[in-house]
Design a protein around this ligand. Structure first.
Ligand code: S3P
Length: 436
């Protein structure tokens, strides 16, 4: 595929359903009683991995390509899988399902693709072991890697759960995946489980689990959950994913002739740092028709061509836009002045090392970027030219540099652009529809 600059981008679109919320709808439906209906479900590869794992755990799930019906069997209704649970590229599937499996009186083995096998799992092994789960890591040919319980920290691994103890976990990182794993294990505990984070991470688990009937209390950066609730199936409408909307926010702001309305987008404050960052950079961005859908705040986002300037993105803001930092780096390359991104060392352990992969690709396009141990410094307004982008199989790198390529001189190509199916299968078609 080749991308090059277009004259203008105009029109309306709805981005696909939120990835984090789609995963949780399936998982929480599976451990609730009765039917859960998830509409506007994200039919991306990651969420389909979650469906296939829960089918292997004995849950009947119907998927008509838009709406998903989960026939939940209650907190204690899962059955031991007969084969390895394959999470594909999905860190959210792997970490959240491990929390649920920590409460099950059977063994499960989990694995995924080459990227997932490099992602750190010690962050969940530590609290879940404290709660009584047992882990065994394997090498890629499924031979034991370590005899110790928690010293090795990547997939593939086996988890044995049951007899779950409650804990108060003080997480060293602001990670919704870690927080969710502990809270989900806490559903099976022997008392109230608490998680305190250094900074509040996305709170979809707390909001949605409460909707299913869990007794969960959030105070500042601590979430507490009471065990053995009676969870009941729900009807969930998944809002558009702000992480997918971010590419069109950037396109609308960077391009000199653009006006784009992104409808039905989730704007949960624990996720919407991209909006504040874009406004801080001078972006023309308006929120219309604000409402609440299935307990989540939603709006239509109108963006138009803007003269962006540099900013500093740091501290408490980072967890609210962690997945948007690659596209923010691209926006920074089109902004006047310098943008500094710091406190974002978590970028190194995403689907790729995003400090390295953003730096390599932005440099290839002629950008002025300096990587730092916890972020990057980008000097904007150096004219970008087309290049061959190396995605490293990372969907967010492919989409971020597609937006860069649409605003650069000459042609941009990709070593592997298909990875967008992880979170946004219709990404290239949606760009085509807006281009004039
Ligand atoms: C997610 C949490 C974030 C995010 C990921 C999805 C979730 O990861 O980067 O894409 O759905 O809980 P961390 O919890 O590791 O920060």
């Amino acid at each position: 595929m080749e991308l090059e600059a277009k004259h203008s981008f105009h029109g309306e679109l709805s981005v696909p359903g939120d990835k984090s919320i789609s995963h949780r709808g399936i998982m929480f439906g599976a451990i609730s009683n009765g039917l859960t209906e998830v509409s506007n479900f994200l039919q991306g590869a990651d969420c389909l991995s979650t469906i296939s794992c829960f089918r292997q755990l004995g849950i009947s799930i119907e998927n008509d390509g838009c709406k998903v019906l989960v026939h939940g069997k209650g907190l204690h209704g899962l059955t031991a899988p007969s084969q390895i649970l394959n999470v594909g590229n999905s860190g959210t599937t792997l970490r959240l399902i491990s929390g649920i499996l920590a409460g099950q009186p059977f063994q499960s083995t989990l694995d995924g693709d080459a990227s997932i096998r490099k992602r750190p799992m010690k962050r969940i092994f530590t609290p879940l072991s404290e709660m009584g789960a047992w882990f065994q890591c394997w090498d890629s040919s499924h031979f034991p890697k370590q005899q110790q319980k928690t010293n090795s920290d990547c997939a593939p691994f086996t988890i044995q759960g049951g007899n779950t103890k409650h804990i108060h976990y003080h997480s060293p990182i602001a990670s919704a995946q870690v927080k969710s794993a502990v809270l989900l294990a806490g559903l099976y505990g022997d008392g109230i489980t608490k998680v305190t984070e250094p900074v509040l991470s996305r709170n979809h688990t707390e909001l949605m689990l409460a909707g299913f009937g869990a007794d969960i209390l959030s105070t500042d950066t601590t979430a507490a959950i009471r065990p053995e609730p009676k969870l009941e199936g729900q009807s969930i409408h998944v809002p558009g994913d702000i992480s997918s909307a971010a590419y069109f926010i950037a396109l609308g702001l960077i391009h000199p002739h653009a006006e784009i309305l992104i409808q039905n987008t989730g704007i949960n404050p624990t996720r919407s740092g991209i909006l504040q960052a874009a406004i801080a950079m001078g972006g023309k961005l308006t929120l219309l028709n604000q409402r609440t859908v299935s307990g989540e705040p939603v709006a239509d986002i109108l963006v138009s061509s803007s003269n962006l300037h540099g900013t500093v993105i740091e501290g408490n803001m980072i967890p609210t836009l962690i997945d948007e930092l690659p596209i923010l780096a691209v926006m920074a390359a089109f902004a006047e002045g310098t943008t500094i991104i710091k406190d974002a060392q978590e970028l190194k352990v995403k689907e790729s090392d995003r400090i390295a992969t953003v730096t390599e690709n932005l440099k290839a396009m002629g950008g002025d970027i300096t990587p730092t141990p916890d972020g990057m410094v980008i000097k904007g307004h150096t004219p970008l030219h087309g290049a061959q982008i190396k995605t490293y199989g990372d969907h967010r790198i492919a989409m971020s540099f597609a937006i860069a390529g649409l605003n650069a001189q000459g042609k941009t190509t990709f070593d592997e652009e298909g990875c967008v199916t992880v979170s946004y299968p219709s990404f290239y078609e949606d760009i085509e529809r807006l281009a004039w």
